[in-house]
Design a protein around this ligand. Structure first.
Ligand code: ADP
Ligand code: MG
Ligand code: MG
Length: 902
């Protein structure tokens, strides 16, 4: 019934047919080999089998129709170009079969070299290499080894042992000492290993070798380690890999041959110069496998000046072409240079900034593009203190950098012990195989968390990130024994109380106390490093790119700050006001007693007295904050949490009462408190008597706060200041709530500002879904909206963060229900939709309505882009995230508002 498929799918591309923008189809390696071919660089000829072919194969377990014929056709033209036939006994063409996905997955996927060699063509290869038997047999044994391991799952160690045996028999450590006869013997040994494990002879038919190798590369996409890696790096699972078939060139033809890797700049620091390694008389993987010592790339100048100069000119060419740091693989065959791979190279956060700055200086990119090349996650990384590492400290294990930072402390193995030692003032690192919700208290008490299992989405990782705590997860070299309170790693035993240092950015684990040094980038933001006058490439690059971000961004960046000190710090970090000043802390400490009086008041007079006593204290707090933020808006949120949060816990009060009664003391007050706590108990405090509801239930509470704010502003103005208070009502769900509070507030404002005029705005949080959905009505009574995305997320999803993050988020992440925790990055489809609706309907009702967001999402890179798209006026985040938000707001502006360099 289905119509016959007549149009044949194109599954194979010659290098000349591709280009660097076809990474989806040709993978990164194939696309870049094509690009270099078209630039006229010396790339051995070859072709790429597409990711589409891989996906079709993985879906059905069979090569799709037409693939075999297309491969045959491209192989024929490759043979023609090379003037050789695959596996020809007299003069064989050999090829490599190389994996290459869209995103580089280092070490995850497979490559087979020297395909086409067999018992007969090995003789022809030798003859063509002027009788170099050694080279021919070395190539053949490599083929059997790689083919056996990759294609037929023969354990790799077996081949390595046979190689070691051959070296031992020869009395040498160096593979170069093995001569042709030794290698011929090794080929026989390898073939026996192959037969033993696969039950068949090593395949002699070249095309069969090729087809099996291609299949193996397809299948390596779903190898377990590749699956795990993709999950960690958030690479989609359905991309598939391309396969590149490339004519072999030989770096193992003698001392005038060799193979190497090169970087056009230092990927660690970004410094300009020549970085790389070279190994003479070697093939492929030998450089990174560390079988012999490589030499620095500069030494190639002495060994082969012509190839060296040529390589340098191609490096410059590639950098100019890609306008970025490139890394390169090359091989020299008897003095002739071949380019085998290039890609835009990975780099550290520091190098990303430094290189972007340099490329602007060199005129290769403009500042918009420089801004696009760095990101907030990198900037955040640079703002953490770092370990000061010298040769003394070598990591003993490397796990996954699950939550950044540098943490040093004594090892503990249980949550209880972590709490105990931390209470004694010790810094502790909680070490577990993996964590679960029972470890929560220990995680809170610890400076850092170290686990031997689990990735970036494990319980440990998710919870640590939520708490902003350093975490290394999945350090599987650690052999942890919880009952004996010890772990072993790299032959050493670490017991409770021993000090370790963990780096949550790199995932590295060190024994002992590694010194920690402050971030230069933070010093710059704080104003103690002047970028014009210090010789620090990183600080200068950060300064330049941040200045550009500030010039471009449409979003204003404010901070969440509750004290004058926080406000001052955030202002140094570039905050342009306060988006959220919580007033809760103003009810804590020695003021608790007044709050208790307020709660226990039996008469209006008692209550008014307590409020009157709180008023001057709050006013002083506000004066300090307005002073630090002079000339900038300060949004003060009226009290939000339920009042029972200010009372002692029930158990403690019950004990106090019992003890006091026992002693025959007067327990009237304790009893009253206990009764109040019982009375005020709520099943779901998050959804209970809090926010505006409190203000409407407890007479005078909001009025006192409004008066304190306005009196503080008037006091500042009278002293010549420029206070810009904005009063924010929390948890509003209906316009009537806001109208009621507002009517009372306006009377107070009117009265207090009679002495001295000060503009005071009144607005509301949008954090209850009903408020978002009735934003048009609410805007009639609000001069500004501030999205409280934490509560909005909780209420839109119907879960409370404290309960769910440790309980099941890891599972949701594992199942892919969340790509990322909705508390880390805003859920665009659901919560984001509420924000959009409220912004649109609010603005429609009141065009001058100011729109902002407060809550942790304000400092999350991806969320900042979303808020930019929705057209908010500002984001507000913790002081430390202010630079990140500035940078990302700038990036969002150049990306969405158009930039001609992209
Ligand atoms: P990876 O992606 O792991 O780097 P590659 O496909 O790049 O794997 O190949 C592994 C090694 O083999 C590299 O050093 C590469 O340069 C080398 N190699 C690949 N193809 C050829 C070839 N046609 N001739 C010579 N060396 C090759
Ligand atoms: Mg490679
Ligand atoms: Mg809230």
């Amino acid at each position: 019934m289905a119509a016959q498929e007549t149009v044949e799918h194109k599954y194979v591309y010659d290098f000349a047919e591709g280009n660097k923008d076809l990474k989806d189809l040709l993978g990164g390696k194939g696309a870049n080999l094509a690009e270099m071919t078209n630039l006229g660089l010396p790339v051995p000829p070859g072709f790429t089998i597409t990711t589409e072919a891989c996906k079709a194969y993985l879906a059905t377990g069979e090569e799709p129709d037409g693939l075999a014929d297309q491969i045959a056709a491209h192989l024929a033209s490759l043979e023609q170009a090379m003037g050789k036939r695959l596996g020809d006994p007299r003069d064989p063409l050999l090829v490599s079969v190389r994996s290459g996905a869209k995103f580089s997955m280092p070490g995850m996927m497979e490559t087979v070299l020297n395909v086409g060699l067999n018992d007969r063509s090995v003789v022809g290869l030798s003859a063509q290499a002027d009788g170099n038997d050694r080279f021919a047999w070395d190539s053949y044994r490599r083929l059997i080894q790689m083919f056996g391991k990759t294609v037929c799952e023969v354990p790799g160690e077996e081949f390595e042992h046979a190689l070691d045996d051959a070296k031992r028999a020869k009395g040498t450590q160096n593979d170069l000492d093995l001569d042709a006869d030794d290698l011929r013997g090794l080929v026989d040994a390898y073939k026996r290993i192959f037969l033993k494990h696969t039950g068949r002879e090593f395949p002699q038919e070249p095309r069969e070798q090729l087809d099996l190798a291609i299949r193996a590369v397809f299948e390596s996409w779903n190898a377990e380690r590749a699956v795990v890696y993709r999950r960690q790096e958030r690479i989609p699972a359905d991309l598939g890999t391309a396969v590149n078939v490339v004519a072999m060139v030989f770096g193992n033809l003698g001392s005038d041959s060799g193979t190497g890797v090169a970087f056009t700049r230092d990927p660690a620091s970004g410094a300009q110069g020549i970085y790389g390694d070279y190994l003479a008389n070697a093939q492929g993987e030998d450089v990174v496998a560390g079988i012999r010592n490589t030499v620095p790339l500069q030494e190639l100048e002495k060994l082969d000046k012509k190839s060296y100069d040529e390589l340098l000119s191609y490096m410059a060419r590639l950098e100019g072409h890609y306008k970025d740091l490139c890394d390169i693989e090359f091989t020299i065959e008897r003095g002739k240079l071949w380019m085998l791979q290039t890609r835009v190279g990975k780099r550290t956060a520091a190098a990303a900034f430094v290189i972007a700055g340099q490329l602007v200086d060199e005129g290769l990119i403009d500042l918009d593009e420089a801004l696009h090349r760095v990101n907030g996650a990198q900037l955040a990384q640079l703002m953490f203190p770092r370990f000061q590492l010298d040769h003394e400290f070598q990591p003993v294990a490397k796990g996954i950098g699950a939550s950044p930072g540098a943490a040093v402390g004594k090892v503990v193995f249980t949550s209880a012990r972590a709490v105990e030692l931390a209470a004694e003032g010790a810094d502790v690192i909680l070490v577990r195989r993996e964590t679960n919700p029972d470890d929560l208290n220990g995680m809170i008490a610890a400076k850092g968390i170290l686990t031997s299992r689990g990735g970036k989405t494990s319980h440990a990782a998710v919870v640590a990130r939520g708490m902003g705590k350093t975490c290394v997860s999945g350090a599987d070299e650690l052999d942890i024994n919880i009952p004996q309170r010890k772990f072993t790693v790299a032959g050493q035993t670490v017991t409770e109380g021993d000090v370790v240092s963990i780096d949550g950015t790199t995932g590295k684990v060190y024994l002992g106390e590694v010194p920690v040094m402050p971030s230069e980038v933070v010093q710059y933001f704080e104003g103690s490093l002047d970028p014009e006058h210090i010789d620090n490439a990183l600080v200068r690059a950060v300064h330049r790119i941040m200045s550009h971000a500030d010039a471009k961004r449409r979003l204003t960046v404010r901070t969440n700050a509750d004290t004058g000190a926080d406000a001052a710090r955030a202002r140094r970090f570039g905050a342009e006001g306060i988006g959220l000043c919580r007033t809760e802390h103003m009810f804590l400490g020695d003021r608790r007693e007044l709050v208790e009086r307020l709660i226990l008041a039996r008469t209006d007079d008692e209550r008014d007295e307590a409020l009157a006593a709180l008023l001057p204290l709050q006013r002083d707090d506000f004066v300090e904050i307005f002073r630090e933020m002079d000339g900038l808006p300060v949004t003060v949120r009226l009290i939000d949490p339920p009042l029972h949060e200010f009372l002692p816990p029930l158990e403690q009060l019950a004990v106090n009462v019992a003890v006091a009664q026992e002693r025959g003391e007067d327990v009237a007050k304790e009893e009253a408190l206990l009764a109040a706590v019982r009375r005020m108990h709520e099943e779901n405090p998050m959804l209970g008597l809090r926010g505006v509801r409190l203000g409407l239930v407890i007479p005078g509470l909001f009025a006192m706060q409004v008066r304190a704010i306005v009196e503080a502003a008037v006091a500042c103005a009278q002293r010549g200041g420029d206070p810009r208070p904005e009063i924010m009502v929390p948890l509003v769900g209906a316009v009537q709530e806001l109208e009621t509070v507002r009517a009372e507030a306006e009377k107070i404002i009117e009265e207090v500002t009679r002495e001295k005029a000060v503009d005071v705005l009144i607005g509301t949080m949008i954090e209850v879904p009903r408020a978002a959905l009735t934003a048009g009505q609410i805007a009639e009574a609000a001069q500004f909206f501030s999205f409280g995305t934490n509560d909005l997320t909780q209420m839109a999803w119907g879960f409370s963060r404290d309960d769910v993050e440790g309980a099941f988020f890891w599972r949701y992440l594992e199942l892919g229900i969340f790509g990322i925790s909705p508390f880390e990055s805003i859920d665009r489809d659901g919560v984001g939709r509420l924000v959009r609706i409220a912004a649109e309907e609010g603005r429609a009702a009141r065009p001058e309505l100011k729109l902002g967001v407060c809550g942790e999402h304000g400092g999350d890179p991806d969320s900042v882009h979303f808020f930019h798209e929705v057209g908010l006026d500002y984001v507000s985040c913790s002081p430390f995230r202010v630079p990140v938000a500035r940078l990302e707001a700038g990036r969002a502006a150049v990306e969405t508002d158009g930039s001609d360099s992209r």
